[in-house]
Design a protein around this ligand. Structure first.
Ligand SMILES: [Zn+2]
Length: 434
Protein backbone atom coordinates (compact mmCIF):
# COMPACT_ATOMS: atom_id res chain seq x y z
CA UNK A 1 0.00 0.00 0.00
CA UNK A 2 2.76 2.39 0.92
CA UNK A 3 4.48 1.67 -2.37
CA UNK A 4 1.32 2.24 -4.34
CA UNK A 5 0.89 5.68 -2.76
CA UNK A 6 4.48 6.49 -3.48
CA UNK A 7 4.12 5.64 -7.15
CA UNK A 8 0.84 7.39 -7.69
CA UNK A 9 1.61 10.64 -5.94
CA UNK A 10 4.19 12.12 -8.34
CA UNK A 11 2.12 11.81 -11.43
CA UNK A 12 -1.05 13.08 -9.83
CA UNK A 13 0.98 16.16 -8.91
CA UNK A 14 2.45 16.45 -12.41
CA UNK A 15 -1.00 16.16 -13.91
CA UNK A 16 -2.51 18.64 -11.52
CA UNK A 17 -0.02 21.24 -12.68
CA UNK A 18 -0.26 20.32 -16.35
CA UNK A 19 -4.03 20.43 -16.50
CA UNK A 20 -3.94 23.78 -14.71
CA UNK A 21 -1.59 25.19 -17.32
CA UNK A 22 -3.45 23.48 -20.12
CA UNK A 23 -0.21 22.07 -21.51
CA UNK A 24 0.12 19.04 -23.70
CA UNK A 25 2.24 16.23 -22.24
CA UNK A 26 4.45 14.99 -25.10
CA UNK A 27 5.25 11.65 -23.47
CA UNK A 28 3.98 9.52 -20.58
CA UNK A 29 6.57 6.73 -20.71
CA UNK A 30 7.74 7.34 -17.15
CA UNK A 31 4.16 7.25 -15.89
CA UNK A 32 3.65 4.10 -17.98
CA UNK A 33 6.58 2.35 -16.26
CA UNK A 34 4.85 3.06 -12.92
CA UNK A 35 1.56 1.84 -14.37
CA UNK A 36 3.24 -1.43 -15.50
CA UNK A 37 4.72 -1.80 -12.02
CA UNK A 38 1.24 -1.49 -10.52
CA UNK A 39 0.09 -4.24 -12.88
CA UNK A 40 3.01 -6.47 -11.89
CA UNK A 41 5.21 -5.46 -8.98
CA UNK A 42 8.90 -5.51 -9.91
CA UNK A 43 8.49 -4.42 -13.52
CA UNK A 44 9.99 -0.99 -12.86
CA UNK A 45 13.01 -2.55 -11.12
CA UNK A 46 13.41 -4.96 -14.00
CA UNK A 47 13.27 -2.17 -16.60
CA UNK A 48 16.00 -0.34 -14.65
CA UNK A 49 18.17 -3.48 -14.43
CA UNK A 50 17.67 -4.07 -18.13
CA UNK A 51 18.83 -0.53 -18.87
CA UNK A 52 22.08 -1.11 -16.98
CA UNK A 53 22.58 -4.58 -18.51
CA UNK A 54 22.47 -2.96 -21.95
CA UNK A 55 24.79 -0.18 -20.76
CA UNK A 56 27.37 -2.66 -19.46
CA UNK A 57 27.15 -4.68 -22.67
CA UNK A 58 27.68 -1.57 -24.77
CA UNK A 59 30.65 -0.46 -22.66
CA UNK A 60 32.43 -3.79 -22.97
CA UNK A 61 31.60 -5.04 -26.42
CA UNK A 62 30.39 -2.33 -28.70
CA UNK A 63 32.40 0.81 -29.04
CA UNK A 64 30.94 2.23 -32.22
CA UNK A 65 30.79 -1.09 -34.01
CA UNK A 66 28.47 -0.20 -36.84
CA UNK A 67 29.26 -2.70 -39.53
CA UNK A 68 25.65 -3.85 -39.62
CA UNK A 69 22.34 -2.16 -40.35
CA UNK A 70 19.30 -3.47 -38.48
CA UNK A 71 15.88 -3.35 -40.13
CA UNK A 72 12.95 -3.45 -37.71
CA UNK A 73 9.63 -4.93 -38.83
CA UNK A 74 6.80 -2.52 -38.05
CA UNK A 75 3.04 -2.91 -37.81
CA UNK A 76 0.73 0.11 -37.44
CA UNK A 77 -2.60 -0.41 -35.69
CA UNK A 78 -4.81 2.52 -36.71
CA UNK A 79 -7.68 2.54 -34.19
CA UNK A 80 -10.32 5.13 -35.06
CA UNK A 81 -13.79 6.31 -34.11
CA UNK A 82 -14.14 8.79 -36.99
CA UNK A 83 -12.68 9.33 -40.45
CA UNK A 84 -10.22 11.99 -39.24
CA UNK A 85 -8.54 9.44 -36.96
CA UNK A 86 -8.54 6.78 -39.69
CA UNK A 87 -5.29 8.15 -41.07
CA UNK A 88 -4.61 8.05 -44.76
CA UNK A 89 -1.76 5.78 -45.80
CA UNK A 90 0.18 8.89 -46.94
CA UNK A 91 0.64 9.94 -43.31
CA UNK A 92 2.00 6.55 -42.35
CA UNK A 93 4.37 6.46 -45.32
CA UNK A 94 5.55 9.96 -44.42
CA UNK A 95 6.04 8.92 -40.76
CA UNK A 96 8.05 5.85 -41.79
CA UNK A 97 10.28 8.08 -43.91
CA UNK A 98 10.77 10.39 -40.94
CA UNK A 99 11.66 7.46 -38.64
CA UNK A 100 14.17 6.10 -41.13
CA UNK A 101 15.76 9.46 -41.81
CA UNK A 102 16.10 10.35 -38.14
CA UNK A 103 17.55 6.97 -37.14
CA UNK A 104 20.05 7.10 -40.04
CA UNK A 105 20.84 10.79 -39.49
CA UNK A 106 19.71 11.55 -43.01
CA UNK A 107 16.95 14.04 -42.14
CA UNK A 108 17.33 17.45 -43.80
CA UNK A 109 17.33 19.28 -40.44
CA UNK A 110 20.61 17.65 -39.33
CA UNK A 111 22.12 20.90 -40.68
CA UNK A 112 20.53 22.62 -37.66
CA UNK A 113 22.61 20.63 -35.15
CA UNK A 114 24.85 23.16 -33.43
CA UNK A 115 28.56 22.77 -34.12
CA UNK A 116 29.36 21.99 -30.48
CA UNK A 117 27.26 18.83 -30.72
CA UNK A 118 28.39 17.63 -34.15
CA UNK A 119 31.21 15.45 -32.72
CA UNK A 120 28.69 13.29 -30.83
CA UNK A 121 25.74 13.35 -33.29
CA UNK A 122 25.31 9.82 -34.64
CA UNK A 123 23.70 7.56 -37.20
CA UNK A 124 21.97 4.69 -35.32
CA UNK A 125 22.27 2.23 -38.20
CA UNK A 126 18.67 1.20 -37.53
CA UNK A 127 15.97 1.22 -40.20
CA UNK A 128 12.24 0.48 -40.23
CA UNK A 129 10.08 -1.37 -42.72
CA UNK A 130 6.32 -1.96 -42.79
CA UNK A 131 5.78 -5.69 -42.32
CA UNK A 132 5.15 -7.59 -45.54
CA UNK A 133 4.02 -10.78 -43.81
CA UNK A 134 1.59 -11.05 -40.90
CA UNK A 135 2.23 -13.46 -37.97
CA UNK A 136 0.59 -16.30 -39.95
CA UNK A 137 2.81 -15.67 -42.97
CA UNK A 138 0.09 -14.02 -45.08
CA UNK A 139 0.88 -10.93 -47.20
CA UNK A 140 0.09 -7.58 -45.54
CA UNK A 141 0.84 -3.89 -46.05
CA UNK A 142 1.75 -3.60 -42.35
CA UNK A 143 -1.26 -1.39 -41.52
CA UNK A 144 -4.26 -2.70 -39.57
CA UNK A 145 -7.40 -0.57 -39.31
CA UNK A 146 -9.93 -1.07 -36.51
CA UNK A 147 -13.06 0.88 -35.74
CA UNK A 148 -13.50 1.46 -31.98
CA UNK A 149 -16.66 2.09 -29.94
CA UNK A 150 -14.58 4.38 -27.65
CA UNK A 151 -14.64 8.06 -28.74
CA UNK A 152 -11.19 8.70 -27.19
CA UNK A 153 -8.50 6.77 -25.29
CA UNK A 154 -7.45 9.93 -23.43
CA UNK A 155 -8.71 10.76 -19.95
CA UNK A 156 -8.16 13.34 -17.18
CA UNK A 157 -6.33 12.85 -14.93
CA UNK A 158 -4.10 10.62 -17.01
CA UNK A 159 -5.32 7.03 -17.02
CA UNK A 160 -3.05 4.63 -18.85
CA UNK A 161 -5.34 1.67 -18.15
CA UNK A 162 -7.86 3.45 -20.30
CA UNK A 163 -5.28 4.37 -22.95
CA UNK A 164 -3.98 0.79 -23.08
CA UNK A 165 -7.41 -0.47 -24.13
CA UNK A 166 -6.23 0.42 -27.62
CA UNK A 167 -4.27 -2.87 -27.39
CA UNK A 168 -7.35 -4.98 -26.57
CA UNK A 169 -9.40 -6.58 -29.34
CA UNK A 170 -12.70 -5.44 -27.79
CA UNK A 171 -11.83 -1.72 -28.05
CA UNK A 172 -8.77 -1.60 -30.24
CA UNK A 173 -6.38 -3.89 -32.08
CA UNK A 174 -4.59 -6.84 -30.57
CA UNK A 175 -0.79 -6.96 -30.59
CA UNK A 176 1.18 -8.87 -33.19
CA UNK A 177 3.90 -11.09 -31.68
CA UNK A 178 6.08 -8.53 -29.82
CA UNK A 179 9.11 -10.77 -30.32
CA UNK A 180 8.80 -10.31 -34.09
CA UNK A 181 7.28 -6.85 -34.67
CA UNK A 182 7.47 -3.32 -33.37
CA UNK A 183 3.79 -2.59 -32.71
CA UNK A 184 2.67 1.04 -33.13
CA UNK A 185 -0.87 1.99 -32.12
CA UNK A 186 -2.30 5.24 -33.45
CA UNK A 187 -5.44 6.57 -31.74
CA UNK A 188 -7.11 9.61 -30.20
CA UNK A 189 -5.45 10.53 -26.87
CA UNK A 190 -7.26 13.85 -26.49
CA UNK A 191 -9.73 14.81 -23.74
CA UNK A 192 -12.71 17.00 -24.69
CA UNK A 193 -10.83 18.22 -27.75
CA UNK A 194 -7.69 19.10 -25.75
CA UNK A 195 -4.55 17.25 -26.87
CA UNK A 196 -3.63 15.94 -23.45
CA UNK A 197 -1.01 13.35 -24.34
CA UNK A 198 1.02 12.61 -27.49
CA UNK A 199 2.53 9.19 -26.78
CA UNK A 200 4.11 6.56 -24.54
CA UNK A 201 6.28 3.47 -24.92
CA UNK A 202 7.04 0.10 -23.30
CA UNK A 203 10.81 -0.05 -22.56
CA UNK A 204 12.80 -3.30 -22.88
CA UNK A 205 12.51 -5.83 -20.06
CA UNK A 206 15.18 -8.37 -19.21
CA UNK A 207 14.35 -11.80 -20.50
CA UNK A 208 17.36 -13.32 -18.71
CA UNK A 209 16.19 -12.76 -15.14
CA UNK A 210 12.48 -13.20 -15.65
CA UNK A 211 11.85 -15.22 -18.78
CA UNK A 212 9.99 -13.08 -21.25
CA UNK A 213 6.77 -15.08 -20.82
CA UNK A 214 6.57 -14.32 -17.11
CA UNK A 215 5.62 -10.71 -17.81
CA UNK A 216 1.86 -10.37 -17.50
CA UNK A 217 2.07 -7.17 -19.53
CA UNK A 218 4.28 -8.48 -22.36
CA UNK A 219 1.33 -8.33 -24.76
CA UNK A 220 1.39 -4.53 -24.37
CA UNK A 221 4.90 -3.99 -25.76
CA UNK A 222 5.24 -1.29 -28.36
CA UNK A 223 4.38 2.37 -28.74
CA UNK A 224 1.13 4.37 -28.62
CA UNK A 225 0.85 7.76 -30.36
CA UNK A 226 -1.83 10.42 -30.79
CA UNK A 227 -3.18 10.46 -34.36
CA UNK A 228 -2.41 14.17 -34.82
CA UNK A 229 1.38 13.65 -34.60
CA UNK A 230 1.68 10.84 -37.14
CA UNK A 231 3.17 11.96 -40.47
CA UNK A 232 5.35 14.94 -41.26
CA UNK A 233 2.55 15.97 -43.65
CA UNK A 234 -0.16 15.84 -40.96
CA UNK A 235 -1.91 19.27 -40.95
CA UNK A 236 -3.11 18.79 -37.34
CA UNK A 237 0.44 18.36 -36.00
CA UNK A 238 1.52 20.07 -32.78
CA UNK A 239 4.38 20.27 -30.25
CA UNK A 240 6.89 17.43 -30.82
CA UNK A 241 5.03 16.58 -34.05
CA UNK A 242 6.24 13.70 -36.19
CA UNK A 243 9.39 13.47 -34.01
CA UNK A 244 7.13 12.11 -31.25
CA UNK A 245 7.40 8.63 -32.72
CA UNK A 246 11.19 8.94 -33.00
CA UNK A 247 11.25 9.80 -29.27
CA UNK A 248 8.93 6.92 -28.34
CA UNK A 249 10.89 4.37 -30.36
CA UNK A 250 13.97 5.70 -28.53
CA UNK A 251 12.26 4.68 -25.24
CA UNK A 252 11.16 1.37 -26.75
CA UNK A 253 14.85 0.72 -27.55
CA UNK A 254 15.90 1.61 -24.00
CA UNK A 255 16.66 5.35 -23.90
CA UNK A 256 15.72 7.72 -21.10
CA UNK A 257 14.83 11.41 -21.24
CA UNK A 258 17.98 13.52 -21.45
CA UNK A 259 17.15 15.38 -18.21
CA UNK A 260 17.00 12.03 -16.34
CA UNK A 261 13.38 12.37 -15.15
CA UNK A 262 14.22 13.94 -11.81
CA UNK A 263 11.91 16.42 -10.17
CA UNK A 264 12.88 20.10 -10.37
CA UNK A 265 14.33 19.89 -6.85
CA UNK A 266 16.66 17.03 -7.82
CA UNK A 267 17.46 18.90 -11.01
CA UNK A 268 20.99 18.53 -12.23
CA UNK A 269 21.81 15.54 -10.02
CA UNK A 270 19.67 13.16 -12.03
CA UNK A 271 21.30 11.76 -15.16
CA UNK A 272 20.25 9.80 -18.22
CA UNK A 273 23.55 7.84 -17.87
CA UNK A 274 24.76 9.00 -21.26
CA UNK A 275 28.05 10.89 -20.92
CA UNK A 276 27.60 12.76 -24.18
CA UNK A 277 24.27 14.43 -23.33
CA UNK A 278 24.92 17.46 -21.09
CA UNK A 279 22.96 17.45 -17.79
CA UNK A 280 19.80 19.48 -17.82
CA UNK A 281 17.39 20.34 -15.02
CA UNK A 282 14.07 19.45 -16.62
CA UNK A 283 12.28 18.92 -19.90
CA UNK A 284 12.53 21.85 -22.26
CA UNK A 285 9.82 23.14 -24.55
CA UNK A 286 9.79 25.36 -27.61
CA UNK A 287 13.26 25.87 -29.03
CA UNK A 288 15.37 27.82 -26.51
CA UNK A 289 18.81 27.53 -28.04
CA UNK A 290 20.52 29.57 -25.33
CA UNK A 291 19.15 27.44 -22.51
CA UNK A 292 21.73 26.02 -20.05
CA UNK A 293 19.98 24.81 -16.92
CA UNK A 294 22.94 22.96 -15.36
CA UNK A 295 26.18 24.89 -15.34
CA UNK A 296 28.77 22.46 -13.98
CA UNK A 297 31.88 24.43 -14.87
CA UNK A 298 32.95 27.39 -16.98
CA UNK A 299 32.67 26.50 -20.66
CA UNK A 300 29.98 23.97 -19.84
CA UNK A 301 27.79 22.90 -22.78
CA UNK A 302 24.23 24.22 -23.08
CA UNK A 303 21.20 21.92 -22.85
CA UNK A 304 21.00 19.63 -25.88
CA UNK A 305 17.55 20.70 -27.00
CA UNK A 306 18.31 19.15 -30.42
CA UNK A 307 18.04 15.70 -28.85
CA UNK A 308 15.06 13.51 -29.76
CA UNK A 309 14.79 12.49 -26.10
CA UNK A 310 13.87 16.01 -24.96
CA UNK A 311 10.42 17.69 -25.17
CA UNK A 312 11.52 20.58 -27.39
CA UNK A 313 9.46 21.29 -30.53
CA UNK A 314 9.73 18.69 -33.26
CA UNK A 315 11.28 21.27 -35.60
CA UNK A 316 14.03 21.75 -33.05
CA UNK A 317 14.93 18.06 -32.63
CA UNK A 318 17.50 16.57 -34.99
CA UNK A 319 19.92 14.19 -33.25
CA UNK A 320 20.75 11.13 -31.20
CA UNK A 321 24.22 10.92 -29.63
CA UNK A 322 26.87 8.21 -30.07
CA UNK A 323 26.14 6.76 -26.62
CA UNK A 324 22.40 6.76 -27.19
CA UNK A 325 22.97 4.91 -30.46
CA UNK A 326 25.15 2.29 -28.81
CA UNK A 327 22.60 1.86 -26.02
CA UNK A 328 19.76 1.31 -28.52
CA UNK A 329 21.80 -1.17 -30.55
CA UNK A 330 22.72 -3.08 -27.37
CA UNK A 331 19.08 -3.26 -26.35
CA UNK A 332 18.10 -4.41 -29.81
CA UNK A 333 20.64 -7.24 -29.80
CA UNK A 334 20.10 -8.31 -26.19
CA UNK A 335 16.38 -7.93 -25.70
CA UNK A 336 14.58 -7.31 -29.00
CA UNK A 337 16.61 -9.23 -31.57
CA UNK A 338 13.59 -11.02 -33.07
CA UNK A 339 12.10 -7.81 -34.48
CA UNK A 340 15.09 -7.01 -36.69
CA UNK A 341 16.87 -8.43 -39.68
CA UNK A 342 20.48 -7.64 -40.37
CA UNK A 343 22.16 -6.45 -43.48
CA UNK A 344 25.64 -5.31 -44.27
CA UNK A 345 26.02 -1.95 -45.93
CA UNK A 346 27.88 -1.63 -49.24
CA UNK A 347 30.25 -3.00 -50.38
CA UNK A 348 28.50 -6.36 -50.47
CA UNK A 349 30.45 -9.29 -49.03
CA UNK A 350 32.53 -11.41 -51.42
CA UNK A 351 31.04 -14.81 -52.29
CA UNK A 352 32.00 -17.18 -49.48
CA UNK A 353 34.58 -19.84 -50.25
CA UNK A 354 33.38 -22.17 -47.49
CA UNK A 355 30.14 -22.67 -45.65
CA UNK A 356 31.16 -21.90 -42.09
CA UNK A 357 30.01 -20.71 -38.69
CA UNK A 358 32.38 -18.46 -36.74
CA UNK A 359 33.84 -17.53 -34.35
CA UNK A 360 34.09 -20.50 -31.99
CA UNK A 361 33.69 -19.92 -29.09
CA UNK A 362 30.99 -17.31 -29.66
CA UNK A 363 31.49 -14.32 -27.38
CA UNK A 364 29.54 -11.62 -29.18
CA UNK A 365 27.74 -12.86 -32.27
CA UNK A 366 27.69 -15.84 -34.60
CA UNK A 367 28.26 -15.35 -38.33
CA UNK A 368 27.35 -17.82 -41.05
CA UNK A 369 28.81 -17.77 -44.54
CA UNK A 370 27.21 -19.84 -47.28
CA UNK A 371 29.31 -21.15 -50.17
CA UNK A 372 27.69 -22.09 -53.52
CA UNK A 373 24.81 -19.82 -52.62
CA UNK A 374 21.47 -20.65 -54.18
CA UNK A 375 19.31 -17.55 -53.74
CA UNK A 376 16.17 -19.52 -54.48
CA UNK A 377 16.81 -22.20 -51.84
CA UNK A 378 15.45 -22.27 -48.27
CA UNK A 379 18.18 -22.26 -45.66
CA UNK A 380 17.61 -23.04 -42.01
CA UNK A 381 19.68 -23.32 -38.83
CA UNK A 382 18.88 -25.69 -35.97
CA UNK A 383 20.78 -25.73 -32.68
CA UNK A 384 20.57 -28.56 -30.13
CA UNK A 385 22.11 -28.73 -26.66
CA UNK A 386 24.20 -31.65 -25.47
CA UNK A 387 21.04 -33.42 -24.24
CA UNK A 388 19.79 -33.45 -27.83
CA UNK A 389 17.05 -30.89 -27.12
CA UNK A 390 16.38 -28.33 -29.85
CA UNK A 391 17.10 -24.91 -28.34
CA UNK A 392 16.96 -22.70 -31.45
CA UNK A 393 15.50 -22.92 -34.95
CA UNK A 394 15.44 -20.13 -37.49
CA UNK A 395 15.04 -19.54 -41.19
CA UNK A 396 18.11 -17.99 -42.79
CA UNK A 397 18.54 -15.31 -45.39
CA UNK A 398 19.75 -16.44 -48.80
CA UNK A 399 22.88 -14.28 -48.62
CA UNK A 400 26.53 -15.19 -48.54
CA UNK A 401 27.15 -13.79 -45.05
CA UNK A 402 24.80 -13.12 -42.14
CA UNK A 403 24.77 -12.66 -38.38
CA UNK A 404 22.47 -15.07 -36.53
CA UNK A 405 20.31 -13.10 -34.09
CA UNK A 406 18.47 -14.24 -30.98
CA UNK A 407 21.13 -16.52 -29.47
CA UNK A 408 21.64 -14.67 -26.20
CA UNK A 409 19.98 -17.35 -24.07
CA UNK A 410 22.42 -20.03 -25.29
CA UNK A 411 25.18 -21.22 -22.96
CA UNK A 412 27.92 -23.84 -23.16
CA UNK A 413 28.48 -26.38 -25.90
CA UNK A 414 25.77 -26.77 -28.56
CA UNK A 415 25.49 -28.51 -31.91
CA UNK A 416 24.65 -26.17 -34.82
CA UNK A 417 23.26 -27.64 -38.04
CA UNK A 418 22.63 -25.73 -41.25
CA UNK A 419 20.12 -27.08 -43.77
CA UNK A 420 19.64 -26.23 -47.45
CA UNK A 421 16.30 -27.37 -48.90
CA UNK A 422 15.99 -29.66 -45.85
CA UNK A 423 19.38 -31.27 -46.43
CA UNK A 424 22.10 -30.93 -43.83
CA UNK A 425 25.07 -29.00 -45.26
CA UNK A 426 27.02 -28.20 -42.08
CA UNK A 427 27.33 -29.57 -38.52
CA UNK A 428 29.54 -27.84 -35.95
CA UNK A 429 29.97 -28.10 -32.20
CA UNK A 430 30.09 -24.52 -30.97
CA UNK A 431 30.79 -23.12 -27.50
CA UNK A 432 28.58 -20.17 -26.50
CA UNK A 433 30.05 -17.68 -24.02
CA UNK A 434 27.71 -14.76 -24.69
ZN1 LIG B 1 9.51 10.34 -23.34
Amino acid sequence: MIKKGFFLLPFVLIWGSISAQNQTLPCATNEYIKHLDNQQLGTQKNIEETFFDAKRFSNIKFKNKKDTIYTIQVVFHVVYSNSLENLDEDYITSQMKELNECFRRQNPDTIDTREIFLPVAADAGIEFELAKLDPDGNPTNGIIRKNTPIPTFGQFPINLTNADRVKESLYGSEIWDPDRYLNIWVCDLSVSGFDALLGYAYPPTNADNWGSNSFTTRNKQGVVVHYKVVGKNNPLSLSTGSKTLVHEVGHYLGLRHIWGDGSRNQGCNVDDYMDDTPNSRAASNGCSLGQNTCINNPGDLPDMIENYMDYSDGDCQNMFTEQQVVQMRSNLILFRSGIATVRYPAPPPEPAQFTSLYPNPVVESLTLTLADLDEEADYQIEITNMLGQIVFVSKLESVSSQTILGLNALRGMNVCKVFKKGEEILTEKILFQL
